[in-house]
Design a protein around this ligand. Structure first.
Ligand code: BGC
Length: 769
């Protein structure tokens, strides 16, 4: 845990330069716009420790699998988000010495991520080894208006000298991925060119053949007038730059305006890439930095109108939730159904930038509630488009007849995770994809999705479950053997309650959805059943048998569901009794010891009780919560939010708040000591859920929006907005009660604390607690 980020409601602020924290800060201060993103690497050269990261959405590399012992069924590769061209780089030399914060004496270092207006600012004073002192102020952003571009303003002031200055803005495609399995470079050189005031480099990925052209255009202003550049043009393989030499006198400022474009073959014809890049650069440079920055601020203001959560009386909490919302909006905009949300967004290489069950289980509600429904629909369509690959994925493991197993980790629908216990066993992910269809249709009311796309996906997943279970003579029940549940701290267990439950639930939901489509869109049912060759009698009867006879491990004595058959054989001890040095156990214990322990990485039985809350009594949920929460180490960032929501529902306000704090500032305070790898973007959506679904008690039951808010005692108030079926509601909770404002024209009937009320269009309702 670290505590160096200064608390502020709208800004993330770091003061003082600590090279030890550089990687963590590079993650936290990352920028993105849905199309591209980057870690907060410095513009000037830096010879200290750094993880270079520039990412272009959708561009990945299938890195050949590296495992100790090959197992049949392993995918051949692990898809990686690619470190792409460094487009922020500006080398500076003063009197022949490079400006490098690892070598200079640094003072007044300050980094600010302005979340309100969407830009990053960094300022410092550096005393070079030759005694020359410069003051630098750098501002940059990834534009959310012109989303293939970014802009930088870099100001250098000479404090105590007059000397020659050399400036080299560049594009460098000669980059590596730190997590490359075989230390390979993933980019092939295509071509590069440097011109007076601009340059571009095009490279293509090995194997996947994505082409990306990264280009820059820049201007240098000295003493208020634009310099005639007369640059030295540098063109090397995968690299292009301009070198400009001038003289800077004491007290003078030189400002470099650098505009960059990243144009990928995902969105443009390969032959057009450099001309599109030049067009984009001409467009943004003619707007100029200040105008672009103003447009950026206006566009972010609109995003905040839709998605802000305001917390009164707790600056740390306010900063935490805004940081999470900011990162989510930087990562995914929902405009492109080919894109998804990597667990680290654009903030690092870890988890390969690929799609996990995190999207369906954690991210969907945020996008569903803060944007129009097409954004969430695109996330679902992404999986529909991967259905055929999911069927092939299941076939590779021996399943047949259209059974679909969605991958644990994917870029293009193919599984690319290669640890047997996850690839083959962590099959609960399939259930989350079915659950998301349910979650989407109940929230948006868009049931036409079932006939259009959803039912086909549900049939594929249900066929998988029906083949994955087997009949146990001993138990006279259907069982599911050899699985890993959400708790990855046990593998190859039998009858993980959560997996069994979500499997049977999927079968049930598929049958219900089939009935719905039969009734409402019979043509769709005909089309789908023909396409998937559905045997109504045989398959539906088999599914019903499984639903009625699924085995759920249960402890009669404690009256709790068992995480798996053997759970009670473990030594049941509590996290509070662990020594401090043992935590986190995944960094201090052998894997063998972890697997045999009762400690739970993340919500497992409780994940099921959170998803299917309506199917259990409050007493049941409480008993299970009280049994499992003390054994949960929350070493996955996905965990505390689920516990927080359940604690809120159970009226355990202190616990709900404690768990909320763990997720809200997870990266800002580097809670798990791993933010240097990137931020936990998908769990940020969980934090949002902890406020809206937990403290705000937002839920959908029987086609009605429910609100059941309470005010955490540490706060004076909070408010959030949700877009429910195209009605925008603002919920404002304070010590005096709750105000629900309907910002749309149409009336909305909701259930407030169990009682029906109507919130008229363009009106406000005030309620006591
Ligand atoms: C969690 C998984 C999650 C993955 C990516 C792992 O640590 O156990 O549930 O999908 O991280 O966030």
């Amino acid at each position: 845990m670290k505590d160096y980020i200064i608390h502020d409601e709208w800004n993330i602020i770091e003061e003082g330069f600590d090279p030890e924290l550089n990687r963590v800060s590079e993650s936290i201060f990352s920028l993105g716009n849905g199309r591209m993103g980057q870690r907060a690497n410095f513009e000037e050269q830096y010879s200290g420790d750094s993880l270079q990261g520039n990412y272009v959405a959708g561009v990945y590399y299938p890195d050949k699998t590296r495992v100790g012992w090959w197992k049949n069924g392993y995918p051949d590769y692990f898809a990686k988000v690619l470190n792409a061209a460094n487009w922020v780089g500006i080398n500076i030399w003063i009197d022949g010495e490079a400006l490098d914060l690892a070598k200079a004496k640094v003072s007044d270092f300050r980094r600010v991520l302005n979340m309100k207006e969407g830009y990053l600012e960094r300022s410092f004073v550096a005393t070079l080894q030759n005694g020359n002192q410069v003051e630098v102020k750098a501002t940059r952003f990834c534009s959310i208006v012109d989303d293939e571009t970014g802009a930088i303003e870099y100001k250098i002031t000479a404090k105590n000298f007059s000397a020659p200055i050399k400036i080299e803005p560049y594009i460098d495609f000669d980059v590596v991925n730190e997590d490359s399995n075989y230390d390979e470079k993933f980019w092939n050189s295509v071509d590069q060119s440097a011109f007076d005031g601009s340059a571009w480099v095009t490279a293509s990925t090995k194997k996947t053949n994505f082409y990306v052209c990264s280009a820059m255009k820049f201007a240098v202003v000295h003493n208020g007038s634009e310099l005639t550049l007369n640059p030295e043009l540098v063109e090397k393989e995968k690299y292009a730059s301009n070198i400009i030499e001038s003289v800077i006198n004491s007290g003078e400022t030189v400002t470099i305006y650098k505009y960059a474009a990243n144009i990928s073959s995902e969105n443009h014809k390969i032959d057009d890439l450099s001309s599109v890049a030049n067009e984009q650069l001409a467009k943004v440079s003619s707007k100029g930095f200040d105008q672009m920055k103003k447009e950026q601020a206006d566009a972010w203001a609109n995003k905040w109108v839709e998605s802000d959560v305001v917390i009164k009386g707790d600056v740390a909490a306010q900063q935490g939730i805004r940081f999470n919302i900011f990162q989510l909006n930087q990562t995914y905009t929902g405009e492109d159904p080919r894109l998804n949300i990597g667990p680290k967004g654009f903030t690092g290489e870890k988890y390969g930038g690929s799609t996990y069950w995190d999207t369906e289980a954690y991210c969907l509600p945020f996008y569903m509630s803060t944007s129009n429904s097409h954004v969430a629909r695109n996330l679902l369509v992404y999986r529909y488009k991967h259905l055929q690959k999911a069927i092939e994925n299941a076939e590779k493991l021996g399943f047949k007849n259209g059974a679909a197993l969605y991958p644990m980790v994917t870029m293009n629908g193919e599984e690319c995770h290669n640890e047997w216990e996850i690839t083959f066993e962590e099959i609960h992910r399939n259930g989350a994809i079915a659950y998301a269809i349910y979650d989407y249709t109940r929230y948006t009311g868009d049931k036409s999705y079932l006939g259009e796309y959803g039912l086909e996906v549900l049939i594929g997943i249900s066929r998988f479950w029906a083949q994955r279970v087997n009949w146990s003579e001993a138990k006279q029940k259907y069982v599911m053997l050899g699985v890993t549940g959400p708790n990855e701290y046990e593998n190859n267990v039998n009858n993980n309650w959560y997996t069994n439950y979500i499997a049977a639930w999927t079968l049930r939901y598929t049958l219900e959805s089939m009935d719905y489509v039969k009734e409402n869109n019979p043509e769709d049912l005909k089309r789908i059943s023909g396409a998937v060759n559905f045997d109504f009698d045989k398959e539906t009867q088999n599914w019903k048998k499984i639903i009625d006879n699924m085995y759920y491990p249960y402890d009669e004595e404690r009256k709790v569901y068992l995480q798996q058959d053997g759970f009670l054989d473990k030594e049941l001890i509590q996290v509070k009794d662990l020594a401090k040095e043992d935590r986190p156990i995944n960094q201090n214990w052998s894997w063998d010891r972890i697997l045999r322990s009762c400690f739970i990485k993340q919500a497992d039985v409780l994940q099921g009780l959170y998803f299917f809350e309506d199917e259990f009594t409050e007493d049941e949920i409480r008993r299970n919560f009280e049994f499992y929460e003390p054994m949960t180490v929350h070493e996955s960032s996905l965990s505390p939010c689920v516990h927080s929501i359940l604690a809120s529902k159970l009226g355990m306000e202190d616990k709900a708040y404690e768990m909320y704090l763990r997720t809200a500032r997870l990266d800002l305070d580097d809670y798990n000591n791993d933010t240097e790898d990137g931020c936990h973007t998908t769990s940020m959506a969980g934090t949002w859920m902890a406020v809206v679904k937990g403290f705000g008690g937002m839920d959908i039951k029987d086609e009605k929006l429910h609100l059941n808010p309470f005010l955490p005692s540490k706060w004076q108030g909070y408010s959030f907005k949700i877009n429910y079926r195209d009605v925008v509601l603002k919920v404002d909770v304070s010590k005096h009660g709750v105000e629900v404002t309907n910002e749309s024209g149409e009336d909305l009937d909701i259930i407030f604390k169990g009682s029906p009320i109507t919130v008229e269009g363009k009106a406000k309702k005030e309620m006591a607690f």
